[in-house]
Write a protein that binds this ligand. Structure first.
Ligand SMILES: [Zn+2]
Length: 413
């Protein structure tokens, strides 16, 4: 998925929402400006107690509930025809599929080719290869075979040919070759090579905003202004990163957490009208006459102060995609593409994948993630990623997805 890095601030009805690239998604930027309205949704700012610690966030192989698969064979007759016809593995095979962590690159390759059936697999980092294999295995099991894997997986430099993007905007992509009908998952070597720059961009911004501080125990930490369910994990990564202890794969996960935290902060600050009301009420300070830049600086400062004084932060709850994180998230998104490609004809690529949304659909797509608004294909990738990570979506989001994908996408326990 390409990561949106440049933001413009706009405001949207209901969503209290923010931030899209003006050059990348001009129509949405315009739409959101048009839709700006007085927002009385102060009640959406939910106090959050950071002391309620979150446990580990990553999807682990152990969390798969295999017992649920026992009932599958009894249910096959009830499976709608559109799902049943797309199974390439028997349910028995899916049930038996068991991820094994590889110790070497060769072992990982063997698992991918022999067990998962990938024709060609070339990933030079064993930890990265293991995560890709784990994500693919979980995706097949959780979707009961609905997910279609790529034919090839490769580690390569991705040149987008689009000067707006740097290598850091695109951790992975899925190609579909017309003449061979092959689907290739490409993991971007440039992204891994430049990951420190990506991380430092975020850290420098936090530093400028006064959000890199020491906590009461003298430990370095990033102080978020909005609640973020990965707060503790983010700071664990931050400390390990400073000590030079993160592996390539862990850096990808850290970068992705930073991106998610930054999305939520921007979304909270962009709830401008309700936030101004809240701060006036809470601190007796009126920010309504400030310029946009002044507002951003002051609001951030006050929110940090509220966090320190009252030991609470506010929740933006901007997006319904919450659980997908890191390299796992990138792989699951790409598997959404490979599955979609296997259900359509190449001749329909433009219509089915690059098709745009009308205004109402854009607002619904935005509930998934900002990136889901790009086109139908990216909405499918983002939605499937979220579903496979345990996210639940509201019914309008489900309906929009089904209109793009032509059927629902179910995830089983
Ligand atoms: Zn994508």
């Amino acid at each position: 998925m390409r990561i949106l890095r440049k933001f413009l601030f706009s405001f949207a009805e209901k969503r209290s929402f923010f931030a899209l690239t003006d050059d990348y998604l001009p129509s949405i930027g315009k739409l959101l400006k048009l839709k700006r309205c007085s927002n009385k949704s102060a009640k959406k700012l939910v106090p959050y107690r950071p002391k309620l610690k979150q446990k580990s966030i990553f999807i682990s192989a152990e969390s798969m509930d295999n017992s649920a698969l026992k009932t599958i064979e009894n249910m096959i007759d009830e499976t709608p025809i559109y799902s049943a016809k797309t199974y390439s593995r028997t349910l028995r095979q899916i049930e038996k599929l068991k991820y094994r962590k590889a110790k070497t690159i060769e072992e990982a390759k063997e698992y991918a080719t022999k067990t998962l059936g990938i024709k060609s697999y070339d990933i030079p980092d064993v930890e990265v290869a293991n995560q890709i294999n784990l994500s693919m295995t979980n995706a097949i099991k959780k979707s009961r075979g609905r997910i279609k894997l790529p034919d090839k997986v490769e580690y390569t430099s991705i040149t987008t040919g689009d000067k707006k993007f740097t290598s850091l905007d695109c951790p992975a992509q899925t190609l579909w070759h017309e003449n061979t009908n092959e689907i290739v998952l490409q993991i971007n070597k440039d992204y891994f090579d430049n990951i420190d720059n990506a991380i430092n961009n975020y850290l420098n911004r936090y530093k400028l905003n006064g959000q890199l501080v020491q906590n009461s125990k003298g430990k370095d930490c990033i102080k978020l202004i909005t609640s973020y369910k990965y707060d503790n994990t983010l700071n664990r990564y931050y400390r390990l990163y400073k000590q030079g202890k993160l592996t390539a794969k862990a850096k990808i996960d850290f970068d992705n957490l930073l991106q998610k935290a930054s999305y939520e902060e921007k979304a909270l600050l962009a709830s401008k009208d309700s936030l101004i009301d809240y701060l006036k009420q809470k601190r007796g300070i009126d920010l309504s006459h400030l310029t946009h830049e002044e507002y951003m600086t002051k609001a951030r400062e006050l929110l940090l102060d509220i966090r320190n004084t009252y030991k609470m932060v506010l929740s933006a709850k901007a997006f319904e995609t919450q659980n997908a994180v890191g390299l796992d998230a990138h792989v699951l998104h790409e598997l959404g593409h490979s599955t979609h490609f296997r259900e359509i004809n190449f001749a329909d690529y433009g219509k089915e994948v690059e098709g745009a949304f009308n205004q109402e659909e854009l607002m619904t797509a935005l509930k998934i993630t900002p990136y889901a608004t790009k086109n139908k294909g990216e909405l499918i990738g983002e939605y499937i990623k979220g579903k496979l990570s345990g996210d639940k979506y509201s019914s309008d989001v489900d309906e929009l997805f089904e209109s793009c994908f032509k059927s629902p996408f179910h995830v089983y326990a």
